[in-house]
Design a protein around this ligand. Structure first.
Ligand SMILES: [Zn+2]
Length: 186
């Protein structure tokens, strides 16, 4: 199984986990006599479940996301929406069908979180390669001597004319690719 398949499996497992953890938390709160009446216990349980789901999803994918400031802000915003959503499930005494809908707001919040993070965290391929083919300037700035920064363009041997640094051709290619993908990284 690839690491991403494992991450998706963990995401899928959050669905039954949410149900089980809600029940478990409500029963535990009742047993310990915490949280006052049943409605409050239910809300506390939903917040515990939401927080668990958010953290699990975040920890699973954190290493696969190229974190930028806008991405961090959007992620925080989505987490806020998911955490506020269960509060809309507070009791509506006057109308029972509104109550039924209210109980489901946690699902709405979590789906907004998962879809939202997928869109926010996704790498924008067209933005990353908007320059099209690699330009001569990009090559010139990427293929440089690592010790003295002299451009190693047009040479027939991998020996820096400036300082004498030498390497294999594949080493130079690897360095150039690393350099170009780094500068184009979103
Ligand atoms: Zn050099």
């Amino acid at each position: 199984m690839s690491p991403d398949a494992a991450r998706l499996t963990i995401g899928l497992a959050l669905v039954p986990l949410c149900l089980g953890l809600t029940l478990f938390t409500v029963v535990t709160l009742e047993f310990l006599d915490i949280g006052g009446n049943t409605d409050w216990r239910f809300l506390i349980a939903l917040e515990v479940v939401t927080l668990t789901a958010l953290l699990t999803w975040l920890l699973a994918w954190r290493g696969r996301v190229r974190w930028t400031r806008p991405r961090i802000w959007m992620t925080a915003l989505l987490a806020g929406v998911a955490l506020v959503a269960p509060i809309a499930g507070l009791p509506y005494p006057a109308s029972s069908h509104l109550q039924t809908l209210g109980d489901m707001t946690i699902l709405l919040g979590l789906s907004i979180w998962m879809i939202g993070t997928a869109l926010v965290w996704r790498d924008n391929k067209s933005a990353a390669r908007s320059a099209g083919p690699i330009s001569q300037d990009e090559l010139q700035s990427a293929i440089r001597c690592p010790t003295c920064d002299y451009p190693l363009i047009g040479l027939r041997q991998v020996v820096c004319p400036e300082c004498g640094w030498t390497a294999t051709v594949d080493e130079v290619v690897r360095r150039a690719i690393d350099q170009i993908t780094e500068t184009q990284g979103v």
